[in-house]
Design a protein around this ligand. Structure first.
Ligand code: SF4
Length: 441
């Protein structure tokens, strides 16, 4: 019987993509996917340390694996991702963990597993000073979704926002050679993928020689079989008119931009070291909406950052009123070890953070609902990705990234279908396919 693996992923899409690549490597070694950690011979916990919540959850998940290891001592328990980059000693306190590796060497998983067999416990956490050719090799991912795939085009970050641990866990910014990106996209298209998401910590700053993000979008869009191209995460300091024009001019590039403002107060933006003002942010959104009127805008926000007053928070609300969001991810500030902001007094009381979070979420929800209601009765193109978790309806997305529940059968999965929107809620639409309008691919 083939050996089996189980990967538990915490955190961002970048981690999801790294996990898919690790799964691809394990499948290349003959492993099969296990449905539960209990059934697996190798268990990998891919960790995230950007926020306290996933960090704590990862530690508790790792702790719970002890009983599996006790029952099946041959199971290899591995911890990967951002947490080992900074806190390997804490992980090593778990005696049942066999392998610890970081964000720079997940591609060495096969040889690391060999070493565990020979040496027992193995710890290998590298820093960013590894050779270019070893950094992001072409690895065929095991795809969670056969029609939609992530492609990492840039890793790391040079910006050092005062609250963020990423520059310490993922190192300095580096872009993947465009030819390698195109090759990976071609291989995905050959496997039936229709939509690719180009991922980068600050994807707008993608640059390899003369190739910037706008040129890369053109190159990727030319790959036969690819119908949709998305990119994330944008940074307000890097998002440019050239990129907005690429969205407007390349039909395959989806009109959706995730552009996190984090705050609407200049005082807080400066304390966060974000590198732009509220006026510059609003100006960029105005430029984007002028060039691409159908664009959907989403963003991340931190409430209760050290020193955030009621007036600062009101400025965030007014930025949201002015820009109008389709989606927003609001987080209460929590200090992360090793960051500069962790040295600032965390002086906004928990109940105030809570209230601001709810108020901001409610505002974005109202905006999203209003925009979604305008779509009822309209016809949208939806790429059907599969069945919804309950299994009763199909699930897909519009080009501007709105999730749509669609009534229909299995034969529509993987197809782009024309759907009439019949119901709207803040973050979901419901639709019914228009007979005979699937594009048949
Ligand atoms: S831009 Fe700021 S928030 Fe984003 S990854 Fe870099 S340091 Fe973190």
């Amino acid at each position: 019987m083939a050996k089996r693996y189980f990967i538990k992923t915490f955190g961002c899409q970048m981690n999801v993509n790294d996990s898919e690549k690790m799964a691809g490597l394990l499948e290349g070694m003959g492993y099969e996917k296990a449905e539960t950690p209990e059934e697996a011979d190798v268990i990998i916990v891919n960790t995230c340390s950007v926020r306290a919540k996933p960090d704590n959850k990862a530690y508790s998940f790792i702790g719970n694996l002890k009983r599996i290891k006790k029952r099946k001592p041959d199971t290899v328990v591995a911890v990967a991702g951002c947490v080992p980059q900074k806190e390997r000693e804490q992980i090593l306190r778990f005696s049942h963990v066999d392998l610890v590796f970081g964000t720079f060497n997940f591609m060495k998983l096969p040889s690391l597993l060999e070493r565990v067999k020979e040496e027992g416990k193995v710890v290998e956490v590298l820093n960013s000073k590894i050779p270019e050719e070893d950094r992001v090799p072409l690895i065929d991912s095991s795809l969670e979704n056969p029609y939609v795939a992530y492609v990492t085009v840039q890793r790391g970050c040079n910006r050092f926002c005062t609250y963020c641990i990423v520059p310490f866990t993922r190192g300095r910014e580096r872009s993947v050679k465009p030819e390698l990106v195109v090759e990976e996209v071609k291989r995905l298209a050959e496997r039936g993928v229709k939509e690719v998401h180009l991922l980068g910590q600050n994807v707008d700053f993608y640059r390899y020689g003369d190739t910037g993000l706008a040129q890369l979008l053109h190159m990727v869009s030319e790959v036969p079989g690819i119908e949709r191209v998305r990119f994330t995460t944008s940074h307000p300091a890097g998002f440019s008119e050239e990129i907005a024009r690429a969205i407007r001019e390349i039909p395959k590039v989806c009109p959706y931009v995730h552009l996190p403002p984090q705050s609407g107060s200049n005082r807080i933006l400066e304390r966060m070291n974000r590198g732009y003002t509220r006026e510059e942010y609003i100006e960029k959104v105005k430029m984007l909406k002028e060039l691409v009127p159908e664009v959907a805008l989403s963003g991340d926000f931190i409430v209760g950052f050290p020193g955030e007053t009621e007036k600062d928070f009101e400025e965030t609300l007014s930025l949201v009123e002015e820009c109008v969001f389709d989606q927003g991810f609001v987080f209460e500030y929590s200090p992360r070890p090793f960051t500069k902001a962790a040295t600032f007094p965390d002086d906004v009381p928990k109940e105030v953070k809570n209230r601001r979070l709810t108020e901001l979420q409610e505002l974005i929800k109202r905006q999203a609902l209003e925009k979604n209601r305008e779509r009822v009765g309209k016809v949208e193109e939806v790429l059907i990705e599969g069945f919804s978790p309950k299994g009763t309806e199909l699930y897909g997305r519009t080009p501007d990234n709105k999730p749509v529940a669609v009534a229909g059968g299995e034969e529509l999965i993987g197809k782009t279908v024309k759907v009439e929107i019949i119901e709207a809620s803040p973050f979901f639409l419901k639709g019914k396919p228009i007979e005979g309008t699937s594009n048949g691919n």
